[in-house]
Write a protein that binds this ligand. Structure first.
Ligand code: CTP
Ligand code: ZN
Length: 156
């Protein structure tokens, strides 16, 4: 807790209404934007901090989105690339709700399998399904495991 705030410390402005995704693993903010489908083209008001100092992590990213609450699907996918993230709901400048993301056991319909031979990528009406592992995700259909590049599987 900082007793006084001053101009030197304000890095990313507070928001009035919306969602702050805090404690995002450093370097993952742009993937968070991809998950949320934010590309700047729809006039969304978004602030992003990348590699900012943090007390809980050495460095963190932070994403603040005005006038937006996240769906459970979005939070589930976020948890895969930002397992320590906290989701803060802000109303009239106050944090009214705060929770850590939780890794689900599985995610459906939100990632696409990197295996071109997989039944889920062949144009068949099959919804993708991935089992969430400690350190990655496994396609429920073909067993392909993805560890480092989960963000590249995100359907946008
Ligand atoms: N925040 C914001 N706009 C607001 C209120 C809060 O952008 N109107 C941001 C804060 O800058 C912080 C996050 O939301 O990054 C969580 O706010 P708060 O709970 O007040 O901060 P901490 O107690 O430091 O959070 P934590 O314990 O989760 O680290
Ligand atoms: Zn597959």
């Amino acid at each position: 807790m900082t007793p006084v705030s001053n101009d030197h410390e304000l890095r990313v402005s507070k928001i009035r209404h919306g969602t702050v995704i805090d404690h995002v693993r450093a370097g993952q903010a742009l993937n968070v934007l991809a998950i949320l489908g934010i590309d700047g083209g729809d006039g969304e008001e978004v602030s992003v901090g990348i590699n900012v100092p943090s007390d809980r992590l050495a460095r963190k990213d932070i994403v603040k989105v005005e006038d937006r609450e996240l769906s459970q699907d979005e939070v589930d996918v976020l948890s895969l690339i930002a397992p320590d993230a906290s989701i803060n709901i802000v109303r009239e400048y106050e944090v009214v709700e705060k929770h850590r993301v939780e890794r689900p056991d599985a995610v459906e319909g939100v990632l696409s399998c990197p295996n071109p031979g997989c039944i889920t990528t062949g144009g068949e009406p099959v919804t993708s399904q991935f089992e969430v592992l400690e350190d990655g995700v496994r396609c429920a259909y073909c067993g392909t495991i993805t560890r480092e590049e989960i963000a590249s599987l995100i359907d946008t």
